[in-house]
Design a protein around this ligand. Structure first.
Ligand code: TTP
Ligand code: MG
Length: 363
């Protein structure tokens, strides 16, 4: 029977490593470890590991030295962002051919609103069909969550990786989320999780059942209520298609605090390329460029600049982000996260001034 509202969350499995397998089938099934920074030294961190490598205990964000100890026979490869971006777009294009109601949220995940596609097939059957389609057309495995809203679909896709298809039937949202640690609830960061734990709220179920007054006292009236709604699996966010996209962002979380200037600049360049590619694909130009910095004490700041003319060029985005970085980041301060966001869109068709607002210095 058709669902009143059916949302999918699709997340590709071990994405960077899977792309490496697709482009080099000799690697299929081997423990592949994709490394950010320097793959051949002890420096650098694991971006992702194939499921074969995860069996040795290797996971994202682990220092590469530790990974090499756990899995000396692993195939260690350097990150190739451009390649992953290409494969990501292939998957997203394939899905957009099924419905325009696709919201890409990161390089390897998206939401789809498939409510209106139901007919002969219901939501879960369509989800299974798409999963197969992605596999046969791109060679990439995906895990899919099916639910009545985005929040629960997102929680479901991670439930049974790799190649999982997890269906949360309408009405069973709270029951599905209930046993999970409260810190796993999407949107609850480690800081809030610690605060909730200190109030005796350990699981999502505890949060759903907590005294609303106590939550309001601790998190403020709106957030307190919102947290409890989410814990019950209720969320009203809609799938936002690219045409309505308000911003695009890329982030890097460093599990070892990073203060190396060259490395940070390299990340800005890569993220700018990623964003430029997505803007270009969606025929959008961005006028506002922002950066996000998180320090090792979890303090997070954002800084933004609005350009005189909109852009979809990686160098212009990187230049603006780099300028913000110079103002906001004191050299040598360790960072835990670095992000770049572009917003304030116009469509490529709109008149466009090519001159940069301030003098463009090439490095
Ligand atoms: P994820 O979807 O979090 O991870 P994954 O696709 O590798 O594995 P799975 O979804 O099966 O659990 O992230 C997508 C890609 O983003 C990942 O392949 C590499 C990159 N990434 C990093 O570079 N650093 C990180 O710390 C994480 C978590 C991901
Ligand atoms: Mg993934």
């Amino acid at each position: 029977m058709a669902w009143l509202r059916c949302i999918l969350h699709i997340d590709l499995d071990a994405f960077y490593a899977s792309v490496e397998e697709v482009v080099n089938p000799d690697l299929a099934g081997l423990p592949i470890i994709v490394v950010m920074g320097e793959a051949n030294t002890q420096r650098g961190a694991v971006a992702t590991a194939s499921y074969a490598a995860r069996r040795f205990g290797v996971h994202s964000a682990m220092p590469v030295g530790q990974a090499r100890k756990l899995c000396p026979q692993g195939v260690y490869l350097p990150v190739r962002h451009g390649l992953y971006e290409e494969h990501s777009q292939k998957v997203m294009d394939l899905l957009r051919q099924q419905t325009p109601l696709i919201e890409q949220v990161s390089i390897d995940e998206c939401y789809a609103d498939i409510t209106a596609l139901q007919g002969e097939l219901d939501g879960p059957q369509i989800a299974a069909q798409w999963q197969e389609l992605v596999k046969t057309q791109t060679g990439l495995g995906a895990s899919v969550g099916v639910a009545a809203n985005k929040l629960v679909a997102k929680m479901a896709s991670g439930h049974n990786k790799p190649s999982g298809l997890t269906v949360v039937e309408p009405g069973y949202e709270a029951e599905f989320l209930s046993p999970m640690p409260v810190g796993d609830l999407y949107g609850v960061g480690p800081k809030w999780a610690a605060r909730l734990n200190s109030l005796g709220v350990m699981t999502v179920g505890d949060l759903a059942a907590a005294d609303l007054d106590i939550l309001r006292e601790n998190f403020g009236p709106h957030l307190g209520q919102d947290l409890q709604e989410r814990a019950a699996g209720r969320s009203s966010e809609t799938v936002i298609t690219s045409r309505e996209t308000k911003s695009l962002s890329a982030e890097r979380t460093f599990f070892e605090d990073t203060y190396n200037r060259a490395e940070l600049w390299r990340h800005i360049q890569q993220m700018s390329e990623e964003l430029a590619g997505r803007l270009h694909k969606q025929e959008l130009l961005a006028r506002t460029i922002a950066i996000k910095l998180r320090f090792n004490n979890w303090r997070t700041i954002t800084r933004a600049i609005t350009l005189a003319s909109p852009t979809d060029l990686a160098d212009e985005i990187a230049f603006a982000a780099g300028g913000l970085m110079r103002m906001a980041w004191k050299r040598g301060t360790p960072l835990r996260l670095l992000g770049v966001r572009v917003s304030n869109f116009s469509e490529t068709g709109a008149p466009r001034q090519l001159l940069f607002p301030y003098s463009y210095r090439t490095r």
